[in-house]
Design a protein around this ligand. Structure first.
Ligand code: GLP
Length: 212
């Protein structure tokens, strides 16, 4: 009988996890893991700044053995509503053991932009200007206007969450996430209501946080 996958992981892309992936790729074994890609930009399939392309380049293609499965959101699907429901059903069918997240400078998680509430499902979203500007780091021609994202609802249902935050440019928003009001203006603030969230921040990102 085939062994069941050992873990169901949702992984982010972007600048923050890249150095973590480069180190982890040398030793981690994901051959029994089901990997879900957190979000995707509305970009052509060949664009190297797509989240699926970045995750493959930064982690998956470097592994000695590929993951058991890789599940992505397809922005070229004819019906994006159906595509998002398909992805959410795959997630819900067993849930997520671990969701790793980066933090948007505007407080977004995945592409759950400010205004998203904890019931926001997996869906198509228009990107805020700050997100479009930040995405320009991934490639000079990268100008996505929209994307698909795992919903806050599915993220917050994960059994464990790790939020990775690095760099001085994230210090102000991390302080708001941890000490500001919990609400849709800063979607990441909802992580404070999740029972098993770990925030991993470097010194620059944590500069605004005083031990209480
Ligand atoms: C991007 C991604 C998110 C990512 C976040 C932070 O828009 N789609 O999934 O976690 O914003 O990105 P970075 O780590 O590059 O700052």
């Amino acid at each position: 009988m085939e062994e069941l996958p050992a873990a169901r992981l949702c992984l982010p892309t972007g600048s923050t996890p890249k150095p973590v992936y480069e180190l982890a790729a040398e030793w981690i074994d994901l051959s029994r893991a089901e990997v879900f890609v957190l979000d995707e930009f509305g970009l052509p399939p060949t664009d190297p700044s797509r989240c699926d392309a970045m995750l493959r380049a930064d982690l998956l293609d470097r592994l000695a053995k590929p993951p058991h499965t890789i599940e992505t959101l397809n922005p070229q699907a004819l019906d994006l509503g159906v595509e998002c429901t398909r992805f959410a059903c795959r997630v819900d069918d067993g849930g997520l053991d671990l969701t790793m997240l980066g933090l948007g400078e505007n407080g977004h998680l995945g592409l759950n932009e400010p205004g998203s509430d904890p019931q926001s499902a997996t869906r198509r979203v228009d990107l805020h200007r700050a997100t479009v500007q930040a995405a320009a780091r991934y490639g000079p021609a990268t100008q996505p206007a929209w994307g698909l994202t795992l919903g806050l609802r599915e993220i917050l249902a994960s059994r464990r969450i790790w939020l990775l935050v690095t760099g001085a440019h994230k210090a102000q928003i991390l302080e708001r996430v941890l000490t500001g009001p919990i609400g849709p203006d800063v979607p990441a603030s909802y992580l404070r209501e999740h029972p098993n969230t770990v925030i991993l921040a470097d010194e620059s990102a944590a500069a605004g946080i005083r031990p209480s």
